[in-house]
Design a binder for this molecule. Sequence first.
Ligand SMILES: Cc1cc2nc3c(=O)[nH]c(=O)nc-3n(C[C@H](O)[C@H](O)[C@H](O)COP(=O)(O)OP(=O)(O)OC[C@H]3O[C@@H](n4cnc5c(N)ncnc54)[C@H](O)[C@@H]3O)c2cc1C
Length: 442
Amino acid sequence: MTATFLTAQDANWNLERAAFNILVDQQPAAIAVPQNADEVSDVVRSAAADGKRVAAQSTGHNAEPLGSLANTVLLRTARLSSVEIDADAAKARVGSGALWGDVIPRASEFGLAALHGSAPNVGIAGYTLGGGLSFYVRKHGLACNRVTAMELVTAGGEQVRVDAKNEPDLFWAVRGGGGSFGVVTALEFDLLRLPEIFAGALLFPAEQAREVLQGWREWTAWMPEEMTSVGRLMNFPPVPELPDALRGKSFAVLEVIYCGDPADGPELVAPLRELGNVGLDTIQAQPPAGIAELHMDPPAPVPYTTESLLTHELPASAIDSLVEAVGPGSGSQLVSVELRHGGGASSRAPQDAGALATLPGSFIAVGVGFVPVPEAMAPTRAWLGAFKAALEPYDAGRYFNFVEESFDITKIFPPDVLSRLREVKQRYDPDNIFHSNHPVTA
Ligand SMILES: Cc1cc2nc3c(=O)[nH]c(=O)nc-3n(C[C@H](O)[C@H](O)[C@H](O)COP(=O)(O)OP(=O)(O)OC[C@H]3O[C@@H](n4cnc5c(N)ncnc54)[C@H](O)[C@@H]3O)c2cc1C
């Protein structure tokens, strides 16, 4: 089947080359929007014959690290968006253009949940290829390790199904090693049987940030693995899209997601409700679909810049430093500074895990600032620098999916994993046809 290629003269050019971060200006050599795996094969073969590389992309949520696309065909997967849920077997099969928002509500109707991330508009493929940090991570580990099979198009244009028996090295590499090894056309993964969770957010006045985050940090130490939570500082921008209660206001925010018996939830969460003057409390028993927007990620592309790091256990002094650096009174306008509680199952390699078996550290720290005008970049980078400096003494590494700049992957993968990823790259893509966000090179 022959795929069609868009050039800069086509009407859809600007729409198809858009990244989630509006500041990233993707200018590929051409764009292809294949409708099926045969067309993906055709794109890969045609690009290779023409001396071009191929960058597979679903939503462009991690587009910045790609750098120049001048000699690259951007392969957008949006039309490969099928979703099938086998409720009896608790399994999903999705096309590689499917988003988490296409799966979460449908699975939830069957009493099932997926190891999705915080934003429903993130692509399942990119998220899973890079690991997949969900709100169930402490109990169920990384999403890539619940994948049972992927279908992909190799550098030679062949369509292969990879699983524990077929092409096991390639199957290992695509579970956390990123998009360097082929164009994924479909993924299959296990779902959780989870009809109800106990989850939601507490919003406190920003002035209480220190006590709230300190209390939350102490509380995390005795939480069971069924509890994943987030402590954050938020400065909502003064934009009309936001409700009055949030627009232009600042808060200390706690988010909790408990996937144990919902009846135990109120007692576990009670100490958090005592930490300050709760302005808004949305914590309740609900089906898993209820948390799709809990984290309040932007529903549409925005201009932003970000920093992230994994941290070891945080002492009280780390929270003090963080609040001093970017909390109330610091002048920080970062829209969000968050600490996600990790550890638990994500610290233990499951049997037969993929390339990203575990995440180092106990917390995952992310800072994000909006850059609506170019002059906002310098102060925003300065606040992000202060955020990072406060936590750097506890640095435990980086998480593939949260790094949004060109980055040295030796800081993401341990040497033995990287060396095996390079062997797989050499075997399946020796000419480096695939242009991916955090590339593995042979
Ligand atoms: C607002 C926001 C919230 C987020 N929340 C979370 C979260 O909770 N947990 C988490 O783990 N991450 C999260 N992320 C990070 C997210 O997982 C990464 O940005 C991920 O790369 C997004 O995947 P994508 O397919 O949407 O992005 P894309 O930019 O389209 O893809 C990223 C990379 O994935 C690879 N890729 C994508 N599709 C294919 C394919 N079909 N074949 C081969 N390679 C492919 C490519 O290498 C590509 O460069 C978040 C990001 C943002 C911006």
